[in-house]
Design a protein around this ligand. Structure first.
Ligand SMILES: [Zn+2]
Length: 322
């Protein structure tokens, strides 16, 4: 290439997207970008490769199919590949998976991701939930110290369901009943002062003690100081479990009383609500996936498409010993 051409060529580097940079690096290293996802899948699976049927590690290579190495179990004869038993098994177009993971990290809507990758909207939707199936399991195991908890409510949504249990609601419609009713789904958010956060769907209607025993108790240290807005459910929960509890009376205008406030958890609610609005209402049955996705983004748990693809295959960053 002539010097002038080369100069013109490299000035375009600045305009490359992150993905295009990664693909260019792959090309310079002698691998086809198309194979990047397959290579990553093979590498990720390598250490724990065993027969999905009998768990035997006595396996042989058994040809290639769909850009992946196939294996055959010596013990039971079953054949499999690196994706067998993962949420991504049997999905097509592997060459686009890293780009799709980028779309998830950018919070692209189903439609936008479909346009960007030139795939069908249904494919984009299916991939979203397959990609999040395991990634959403990347949650903190335990909250410590001062822990704020507060609940928020979303209108129950059967978006996408074939048989509605009630008359269809138009976008932006409000609940028919006043106050909190079974038309609303409760999301409990608990966050400690190191930023570890748990968000879970407790169910339809008002939060109660039973929900807290089920959702909150297993993930908190017994000696936390639970700070809440004083909802009766928290008081009853604290009394039954012996967990220290401080209620902040928001209505009385006492927003901050020293360290006891629920501002961090309320800020999390605001970010969650704002982010959910990108998707114009999400179906209640998929809500846990969105809560996991939000946590990944909010805590900056996963920053690259490669890490997200690995998490989708069950390999989380914090489990990797370096
Ligand atoms: Zn086997």
């Amino acid at each position: 290439m002539q010097q002038a051409q080369w100069q013109a060529f490299i000035t375009q580097f600045a305009a490359l997207s992150r993905r295009q940079r990664v693909d260019s690096m792959a090309l310079l290293n002698g691998t086809q970008p198309k194979q990047a996802a397959s290579a990553l899948i093979e590498r990720t699976a390598q250490s724990r490769l065993c027969c999905p049927a009998c768990r035997s590690r006595h396996i042989h290579r058994h040809g290639h199919a769909n850009d992946l190495q196939r294996y055959r179990c010596v013990q039971c004869g079953k054949t499999f590949n690196a994706l067998t038993g993962t949420p991504l098994a049997h999905l097509r177009h592997k060459a686009l998976w890293l780009d799709y993971a980028d779309c998830l990290l950018n919070s692209n809507s189903v439609r936008k991701a479909a346009q960007q990758l030139d795939i069908h909207r249904n494919t984009s939707f299916r991939w979203r939930h397959r990609f999040l199936a395991l990634a959403k399991a990347d949650r903190p195991h335990c909250l410590h110290g001062i822990t704020e908890a507060d609940e928020m409510y979303l209108l129950e949504s059967e978006k996408g369901a074939r048989h509605l249990q009630r008359p269809a609601r138009r976008r932006g419609d409000h609940a028919l009943q006043r106050g909190i009713s079974s038309e609303q789904v409760c999301i409990l958010v608990a966050r400690d002062r190191t930023g570890q956060t748990i968000a879970c769907v407790t169910g339809k209607g008002q939060l109660n003690k039973k929900h807290l025993l089920h959702c909150l108790l297993p993930i908190v240290d017994r000696d936390i100081l639970l700070v809440t807005d004083g909802h009766a459910a928290y008081t009853a929960f604290a009394k039954e479990t012996g967990i220290s509890h401080q209620a902040v009376n928001l209505r009385a205008g006492i927003r901050v009383r020293g360290a006891a406030h629920v501002q961090n958890v309320n800020a999390y609610h605001r970010r969650l609500r704002g982010w959910l609005s990108i998707f114009h209402g999400v179906a209640t049955r998929y809500l846990p996936n969105y809560l996991g996705w939000r946590w990944i983004l909010d805590a900056r748990r996963i920053l690259s498409a490669e890490t997200l693809l690995k998490a989708t295959l069950g390999e989380f960053p914090h489990l990797t010993v370096t």
